[in-house]
Design a protein around this ligand. Structure first.
Ligand code: IFM
Length: 446
């Protein structure tokens, strides 16, 4: 038996746009994801998050499922336009009331709320005035954070400022594959910088308001490995590491962008202002924990992509999920050690980890997702190894409690421990639900 520490948090995670639905109910404002998904051609299967898992109405049933699963924490995000329809100014009390009801239900069930402030659904009203490219959004984020800390401060166990700022900046503003769907690398750099500043402002407000609980950020991190021993591929892998990992870790823990990336982007003709002394102090304020979202590693070689000049490589003989992501549990172990040794966070939470497979109920209605079980088991084992070697990992959140709207892929991808029949909103626990239930009950891997 490999036992986990007594106070280790076992949780599950979701995000507002992916599950809530009720996109225009009770005074909610439009988000950039409403706009993006409503624009024909953006979502692969033509669906939207208008209804999604209808969690806005079914949240009590969903909390009951979490209670049955036995989790000690639930990570969810607050929809900014649901509580501030224009992004700032007038508060939508009905929106706040929804999250109050959810938090109450969680408390009754003995589940600790873990709240993400920003999981990608920016109020469209702010986007119309420049979105994350504009300082106005940075200021609005600080006020939005203040409202939430003041309203729910003492009931929330962990606060997460941003989820995966890399995705917001680069896939959102350079690749154009997620909202707001821009294709401009210069804009993406500006957005990345502003997201870090906004994070810093929110942390400062948190320390001022001083609620119970702790604050951190969730980064999507992934080891970048060279496809071959060739020097140009090794350089490509280090550059990709700078692009994905160090570009956020260095400012958060050292107050500045990595020197090699500043030079690289400058050579490519992009403007990236280093942080000033005041900004450094703001961005690198001590965090209570670092959230890591881990799914896979990246294997890269030198390639034709115009900015980074790297290219992803798919290796023969390896297992890939339905997202096309390699199953690579060793990467989680490697990452935890690297972050612990290079950046020394006070604590680490694995804020997301999970597996995508094309699950289909069998004739008797059960869902036998053996591959997900194998994935979770291997990752929990890697995590356990890192903890037993002294890495400060305090929690683990499976993505996701239930199947949901997988952004550009719509409902065509399933990550849940619980199957969702979108036509009826019926929830069916998969076999992996019972696997995770047993791990939580025993607080150990068999
Ligand atoms: O669904 C997403 C989530 O919103 C952010 N992290 C990755 C998940 C799977 O793609």
């Amino acid at each position: 038996m490999r036992a986990f520490p007594e106070d280790f948090l076992f949780g599950v995670a979701t995000a507002s746009y992916q599950i809530e639905g009720a996109w225009n109910e009770d005074g909610k404002g439009e988000s950039i994801w409403d706009r993006f998904a409503h624009t024909p051609g953006n979502i692969l299967d033509g669906t939207t998050g208008d209804v999604a898992c209808d969690h806005y109405h079914c949240f009590a049933e969903d909390v009951a499922l979490m209670q049955e699963l036995g989790v000690s924490a639930y990570r969810f995000s607050i929809s900014w336009p649901r509580v501030l329809p224009s992004g700032k100014g007038a508060v939508n009390e009905k929106g706040l009331a929804f999250y109050r009801r959810l938090i109450e239900k969680l408390k009754e069930a003995g589940i600790k709320p873990v709240v993400t402030l920003y999981h990608w659904d920016l109020p469209q009203a702010l986007q119309d005035r420049g979105g994350w490219e504009s300082e106005e959004t940075v200021e609005a984020f600080a006020e939005y954070a203040r409202l939430l800390f003041a309203t729910f401060g003492d009931d929330v166990h962990l606060w997460i400022t941003h989820n995966e700022p890399w995705v917001v900046a680069f896939p959102g503003h350079y690749e154009g594959r997620v909202a707001p769907g821009k294709r401009d690398f210069q804009a993406a750099l500006r957005v990345a910088r502003n997201l870090l500043l906004a994070h810093g402002h929110a942390v400062r407000v948190f320390r001022e308001v001083n609620p119970k609980g702790a604050i951190g950020i969730a980064l999507n991190l992934s080891p970048a490995h060279p496809a071959t021993e060739k020097e140009e591929d090794q350089e490509a892998a280090w550059r990709f590491d700078g692009y994905l990992n160090r570009f956020f870790l260095d400012p958060l823990f050292r107050g500045q962008f990595p020197e090699d990336m500043l030079t690289f982007y400058r050579k490519k003709g992009f403007i990236l202002e280093p942080f000033t002394k005041e900004e450094r102090a703001l961005v690198a304020q001590p965090l209570d924990f670092l959230g890591i979202n881990y799914y896979s590693r990246h294997v890269v070689r030198k390639g034709e992509e115009p900015v980074l000049e790297t290219e992803a490589v798919r290796l023969p003989g390896k297992k890939y999920s339905d997202m096309g992501w390699e199953v690579y549990p060793e990467g989680l172990y490697e990452l935890i050690h690297r972050v612990t040794e290079d950046y020394a966070p006070r604590a680490i939470h694995i804020t997301e980890n999970g597996y995508c497979s094309p699950d289909v109920p069998s004739c008797d209605g059960s869902i036998d997702d053996e591959e997900r079980i194998a994935y979770l088991e291997a990752h929990l084992e890697a995590l356990h190894r890192a903890i037993s070697e002294g890495c400060p990992v305090r929690g683990y959140f499976v993505w996701s409690i239930m199947d949901n709207f997988e952004w550009t892929f719509g409902f065509s991808k399933r990550f849940g421990l619980v199957y969702v029949d979108y036509a009826t909103q019926q929830r069916i626990p998969k076999k992996s639900f019972f696997f995770y239930q047993r791990v939580i009950r025993e607080r150990a891997l068999a």
